[in-house]
Design a binder for this molecule. Structure first.
Ligand code: GAP
Length: 510
């Protein structure tokens, strides 16, 4: 299926099956804002649960935090967000469309990469087993020319962004003949900076003094509490603080469904370390986090690292874990070596000492920080797009199935009495009572069993249990597994163990 069609299918499936609704739909919606429906909220909670388990529960030196969304306004001056949390924007005068200048350039590079990949795929087909990709990349004139071009653009981009040289960014867009995807013209305005923070007033007094911001990242709540946590928890470096919470950004070009929203959720962890050890821990967290994504069944082909060319104001190294969304490889998670920038800044602005006394070194210092920061909504979209499949069955018909990792599924077990009479509903509800204390279950007696199976496939339910007349006498039921569609007759007493073996979150660590 072409990727654009696939993306449309994901969006309509998400709405039809209660995962994601457009916000304020009865008033024609509010752009780039979405609500999670009855199945969406379960899937989202399960992703959070898995992240928390992996990051907090299984790491004895990482603890949690839940800081407020509002923070003292000086926080954002100190963190650099008031002065530097900007997007470089450019408008096309003909289409009146606004773009992020860096995204226009990155899309241009992605097109060249696409051409290289096409050449490689063609050559692979031609040479078969004998094909050596590295050799091809290093010798094929077309690939070499294109790789050179990418490197040249990257260098210019890096220099322009590091110097905050908006004119150089504009010149690069013009020199590369980049056209507006809507109007096809090169009639661009200058590049300008736009601050992304939402501001509001605290209390009833208006004016600069009472301006506060909706946090654009959860990280600053961690930094401002780092000593509270360290002292009250008697934490020793290296240690981490993890948090899940809402963040807000006035994105100019909010698009691509829940990929870029104005209100979204982050799962962030700041890992506090000795200065000088940042390279080691940066590599450690890169490896740890990519493993986490793979444990959810996402294949190597759909994940990659992308090193940042334009380093944020706080970082000495940074990369993204990118996922192959239906609209191409895009950032899913960021791993940043934030140095001591944030704590140093807070020390300076607050005039409070934020140093850690290291008993091993017998000295005080401001810790360095490695951050892992993943967008929960983007993770949700990655899981959804990775799992939604259209399958051709043996009889030639099709089924839509959401092959979610079983522990993340919104509903783990559907309880389906074959008919709505003869004591089957009562028996079914008794079974449900024994299972629902451990698992999210769903009871349904309407429609044919085939239709009910299809509805459960579409929301990713790993198990359907059918209760029939024999169940009343032999205390057995039919259990159907979502992916294989295999149906087995099993004693009711064995259900908890069979289900738990597959849906328990522990299975993700195998
Ligand atoms: N504390 C560091 C930080 O906030 P970031 O790269 O700006 O870094 C981290 O954001 C993650 O948050 C991203 O990788 C992405 O998954 C998610 N994210 C950022 N902006 C978003 C938006 N507008 N909508 C949805 N998710 C977003």
């Amino acid at each position: 299926m072409p990727s654009e069609d696939q993306f449309k299918k994901i969006i309509s499936h998400a709405k039809e099956f209660g995962f994601i609704f457009p916000n304020s739909e009865i008033y024609d919606g509010l752009s780039a804002t979405y609500d999670y429906g009855q199945n969406g909220v379960e899937l989202k909670n399960n992703i959070k649960k898995y992240w928390w388990l992996s990051m907090v529960q299984l790491n004895e030196n990482i603890v949690g935090l839940d800081a407020a969304i509002f923070m003292h306004p000086i926080t954002w001056k100190a963190s650099g967000h008031v002065d530097a949390f900007n997007d470089p924007l450019i408008d096309n005068k003909d289409s009146k469309k606004r773009y992020r200048a860096d995204v226009l350039l990155e899309d241009y590079i992605a097109k060249i990469e696409g051409k290289i990949n096409k050449d490689i795929t063609k050559a692979k087909k031609r040479f078969g087993e004998a094909f050596n990709e590295d050799e091809f990349r290093n010798t094929n004139p077309n690939v070499l020319r294109r790789t050179d071009e990418i490197n040249r653009i990257n260098e210019k981009m890096k220099a322009a962004f590091e110097d905050n040289n908006l004119k150089a960014i504009y010149d690069l867009i013009v020199d590369l003949n980049i056209v507006c995807p809507v109007s096809g013209s090169k009639n661009w305005t200058d590049v300008r900076q736009f601050n992304l923070m939402f501001a509001t007033e605290l209390g009833s007094v208006a004016g600069d003094a009472s301006t506060i911001y909706l946090r654009p990242e959860t990280a600053q709540g961690i930094f401002s509490n780092y000593l509270n946590v360290q002292k009250s928890g008697r934490m020793k470096i290296p240690f981490g603080i993890a948090q899940i919470g809402k963040a807000f950004r006035n994105e100019i070009i909010a698009r691509q469904f829940i990929f870029r929203m104005r209100e979204f959720e982050q799962m962030e962890m700041q890992f506090f370390i000795q200065p000088g050890t940042q390279q080691k821990w940066y590599e450690h967290w890169k490896e740890n986090r990519i493993k986490w994504h793979k444990s959810l069944g996402i294949s190597n082909d759909n994940l990659r690292f992308h090193d940042h060319l334009k380093l944020a104001h706080y970082a000495d190294a940074a990369c993204d874990i990118e996922f192959n969304f239906p609209f191409g490889f895009k950032e899913l998670e960021g791993i940043h070596s934030r140095t001591d920038f944030d704590l140093k800044q807070h020390e300076e602005y607050s005039k409070k000492k934020l140093r850690y006394f290291d008993p091993e070194l017998n000295e005080n210092y401001i810790p360095y920080v490695i951050e892992t920061s993943i967008g929960l909504d983007r993770m949700f979209l990655a899981i959804l797009s990775h799992s939604l499949n259209e399958e051709k069955l043996e009889d030639g018909t099709f089924r839509t199935v959401l092959n979610l990792p079983a522990p993340l599924a919104p509903i783990k077990v559907a309880i389906l009495p074959l008919v709505r009479k003869d004591g089957l509903p009562e028996k079914a509800r008794d079974i449900m009572k024994t299972l629902q204390i451990n698992h999210q279950c769903h009871y349904e007696e309407k429609d044919s069993i085939g239709k009910r199976y299809r509805r459960q496939d579409a929301i990713g339910t790993p198990f359907c249990i059918t209760i029939d007349h024999d169940s009343l006498s032999d205390n057995s039921v039919t259990i159907r597994e979502r992916d294989s569609m295999i149906q087995e007759r099993v004693p009711i007493a064995e259900l908890p163990a069979i289900i738990d073996k597959k849906v328990n979150i522990n299975t993700l660590f195998n």
